[in-house]
Ligand binder design. Sequence first.
Ligand code: AMP
Length: 281
Amino acid sequence: METIQTVSSMKKTVAEWKSEGLSVGLVPTMGFLHEGHMSLIRQAVSDNDRVVVSVFVNPMQFGENEDFGRYPRDLDRDSAMCAKEGADVIFSPPASEMYPSGFCGYVDLAAMTDGLCGAKRPGHFRGVCTVVMKLLNIAGPDRAYFGQKDAQQLAVVKRMAEDFNMDVEIVGMPIVREADGLAMSSRNSYLSGEERAAALSINRALAEAAKLCGGGCRDVRHIKNRIKAVLSGEPLLRVDYIEVAGMDTMLPLDMLDGRALCAVAVYAGKTRLIDNVVLEA
Ligand code: AMP
């Protein structure tokens, strides 16, 4: 598995592929790969001639008191997993390569990032948009793959590609869950056994929301209250937010009408977990 650490070498490799008429897929990740990431990589390998997996724990998208320093890292394991799935290159630049001295640019998507995780993690989406814009410029992919697990991120990146007339197709992929329903996440490695057991209520609460909606409920307040009730049954959980928003706008809704994103962020102990379900009214 080839690992590339510099922007110039990554650009050179992609330029060679392009000169041979090969299509390129990019899967941006922060590493410590799991089945959720692998589903994106598998799709990218099947859609494209060449696949780049970026592994970069992006300091710009972490808040001051967040887990940047202790975010799990294992590049050797990531590399073996990527090789097994048929990816071609891992791009894992050091932070100094992505943000050299004097760096001061950023990309910001205003209203779409005001709510949900944007409200709770100020500056987070500025960091995400900036790094994704950079990775797309560096790897110049025909397609880039993002998970619905980070639904606001997927919507924001789609909007960014559209707003800035970027020649890339943003492909969204469904949430991959553990057999017991917990959404896969690199951060699940932080959870104690008890916290993990409590965290199963998150998917249960979202399933209740989908059931209410399926039964004809259109009142968002009622749906949110139901989710809150399920989650409050677990003393180890603390709700960060429960929100229902337009799928493409990410703006909060009072009544369901069409497709909507029902998203939650919940602390299990000190670990912040996010999950969501799409409601079809
Ligand atoms: P991360 O490494 O957490 O930044 O995630 C990299 C990409 O993988 C993002 O597009 C995520 O949405 C996606 N991803 C992470 N977890 C999952 C999951 N459980 N199912 C599907 N996609 C996921």
